[in-house]
Design a protein around this ligand. Sequence first.
Ligand SMILES: *Cc1c(COP(=O)(O)O)cnc(C)c1O
Length: 357
Amino acid sequence: MLNFTVGPVMSSDMVLSIGKEQVPYFRTAEFSALVLESEQLLKQFAGAQEDARSIFITGSGTASMEAVVMNVFTPQDKVLVVNGGSFGHRFVELCQIHDVPCTSIDLELGQPLTAEHLQPYENKGYTGFLINEHETSTGVLYDMQLVSDFCKRNHLFLAVDAISSFLADPFNMQQLHAQVMITGSQKALACPPGVSIIVLSPEAVERVQNNKVRSMYFDLNNALKNGERGQTPFTPAVSVIRQIHARLKEIQANGGVEAEVARTASLASDFRSKIAALPFELFTDAPSNAVTSLHPVNASAHQIFLTLKDEYGIWICPNGGDLKDRVFRVGHIGCLTPDDNTTLVDAFKDLQRRGLI
Ligand SMILES: *Cc1c(COP(=O)(O)O)cnc(C)c1O
């Protein structure tokens, strides 16, 4: 199987070999040390302050999105949400579920966020801002400098879902004045699904500590207390955390976050240059390094996905809803190489030869 979806993605042999081992008991000094070292590396790669904190949630990325909405905002807040696809919409729904007043900035699918979209909300008493740096459902990467400047001017607490952009696109909490970053194990961390991570700036830690959350599992204050000794309140996905640790160490050894972002960027540009002559249009002019969203001009996107899966053993990422037949996505995260890109492009060329695209 060759997997170009946007998560779960392909894991390296090193990560796979850890998944094969017995799951160790975790209330030990050894596991605590591994968690604390992972926390340090995550903070470093996220560009967070020395006294920032990271929290491991056993649950997919959405669990951490929900925990963030519940723990850093209250019904006294007034939050702007960028809604350019299904992940932006998810933040709107989470605010509604948890009685956090919010305004949804609705974008057309595939369109970037511009200063004109934000202008109506200057000086309007907002307190927070929620955005997915990369709206994975459309492949759009938002202009985070624009967002950061807007939030600074308006004194907004900025929380960023970087689930699919962490390690794929540039992101730095301190430079952007972002207070929260969320990521997940099955995207560019290239581990199995099951764990998501929240990095909290010192200001965000204070918010969490002063907030009273009506939840046991999503009480981040409890997670912070346990995290001081490298532990989680409840049994975590121990194996996945061990895999994340090994992967973070590997990224560090290979030159850190900048090198990993550069590797992903070059894989994306390699793919984009190889498909130049194929009958596909780019769905967005503002793509993330993590994904290329394509509109096939002569064929159903969903049918291409099915044919590649069933006849070639290659998985691209289908879209749902209104985009089902119009758009498919090709991921550049996970353990992929330029040779893998060639394999996929050769399969596209074969489809073309057969008159299927
Ligand atoms: C994958 C993803 C999520 C989380 O989805 P889960 O299925 O809950 O892991 C959230 N936001 C973005 C931008 C994503 O790409």
